[in-house]
Design a protein around this ligand. Sequence first.
Ligand SMILES: [Zn+2]
Length: 245
Amino acid sequence: MDIISRSEWGARSPRNRQTTTWSRRTEFVVHYSEGPTTQTPRQIQNHHMDGNGWADIGYNFLVDVQGRIYEGRGWLVVGAHAPDHNTSGIGVCMIGRNGDATDAAKRSIRALYDEAVRRKGGTLRKYGHRDVTATSCPGDELYKWVKAGMPAPGGSAPAPKPPSGGTKAPKWPGRLITQPPIMTGTDVKTWQTQMRRRGWSITADGAYGPASEEVCRAFQREKGLGVDGIVGPKTWAAAWTAPIT
Ligand SMILES: [Zn+2]
């Protein structure tokens, strides 16, 4: 099972964290984000940390409609997804609304469940969020599937590989990307696309405007790079090679 790690999706560091143990983990709680399927884990994390004031993204794991699995708080960090069930329950969120769940998403949720059972050395109770809290979450469709025992559609086909990027940066384009005036080009688009992949809110339009510079500055600040808003060789390489947490 491929899990896209926090550093791969560009997670912010948690404000604090508390761990539990496998013996106390007895439940597996399925959620939906009730937002667009295009929402990134980073956007959800920003909402949870800045909007709700939580220490980190609330869920232990997230799954998108393509079946990609994202690390949230991870296996043994106490989450913020269901009151009174954050220590006992592993919270897994499907990114989407009722009716969005695909076979790929279900297979990945099931794969997470199976992995949790393997790590614990015992089964966990399968819950939809509404089993433990007054909520419509995880939507009728997904809830029905959880109650049916979370069968893996079409057997256990492996989840697709995480998005490319990895640890090797493409060749430095050989010019400093800066503004004003707004620079354009495929190198700008390549950098913007990679920053998007890391979870930053940025349009990959190939034009390096003020919004791109803002993302660049925030990234440089986070990475301890010189904060000048210019995509030079170090900032370019860090977009592919740097861990974030
Ligand atoms: Zn929920």
